[in-house]
Design a binder for this molecule. Structure first.
Ligand SMILES: Nc1nc2c(ncn2[C@@H]2O[C@H](COP(=O)(O)OP(=O)(O)OP(=O)(O)O)[C@@H](O)[C@H]2O)c(=O)[nH]1
Ligand SMILES: [Mg+2]
Length: 201
């Protein structure tokens, strides 16, 4: 597995900061690439896959209980930012409120954000919650691209049909890029690192 991309030494990575309150959100310093998506879509697995680590980011068997922003410091040059998942219909209203406050704080006047990876489960496609998130990203005018996760779950024919559906979703900004990914298989890893490095230039 490749552990060096564009001069970044992926062996030199650590969970650096966890923010649970708006006051702890980082808006300066290292460039940031953020991972956004509903709970269980595969954000933490994607962080681990990109970093070539098994257990750096906690992968939940149960959709995320903790509403925190986790910052992974990559070779002291970049933060990968695991944002809290959304779409928790059966959780207390208070959780939605906390998510809202923390997420809003993250995107507000944050010039460190270089790229947002908007994750979507390739099998499920975009949900109503995802649509609301995309409106948010469009509103804050942050650069984003779509990462279709868990692509190992579909065969070739199904995957190309789903990719077509995802690419043409009306909530996306025109010409939004999409990457087909599987954290299980490492599919898409080199391509996604290429896009991440591109966004840092
Ligand atoms: N088959 C397959 N399963 C995956 C893949 N990526 C993640 N999963 C599974 O999906 C579940 C959720 O993964 P997480 O990475 O914890 O998802 P998350 O988006 O971080 O979830 P929250 O932290 O709750 O917001 C886990 O059971 C993973 O093993 C993938 O590429 N392929
Ligand atoms: Mg997670």
């Amino acid at each position: 597995m490749n552990m060096t991309y564009g001069g970044l030494n992926l062996h030199n990575t650590e969970l650096n900061i966890t923010a649970g309150a708006p006051s702890q959100v980082i808006k300066h310093g290292l460039p940031q690439v953020a991972f956004s998506g509903r709970s269980n879509v595969g954000k933490s697995s994607l962080v681990n896959s990109l970093l070539g680590r098994k257990k750096l980011a906690r992968v939940s068997s149960e959709p995320g209980k903790t509403i925190t922003i986790n910052y992974y410091n990559v070779d002291k040059k970049l933060f990968l930012v695991d944002l809290p998942g959304y779409g928790f219909a059966r959780r207390p209203k208070e959780d939605a409120r906390r998510w809202q406050l923390l997420t809003q704080s993250y995107f507000e006047q944050n010039e460190s954000i270089k790229l947002v990876l908007q994750l979507v489960d390739c099998k499920v496609g975009f949900t109503a919650d995802d649509k609301a998130m995309l409106e948010y990203l469009n509103y804050y005018d942050v650069p984003y691209l779509v990462v279709a996760t868990k692509c190992d779950k579909l065969n070739k024919t199904e995957l190309s049909a789903q990719a077509q559906k995802i690419t043409t979703f009306e909530g996306l900004k025109p010409n939004t890029g999409i990457i087909l990914y599987s954290s299980e298989k490492g599919l898409g890893r080199d391509d996604l690192w290429g896009m991440i490095l591109q966004s840092l230039k």
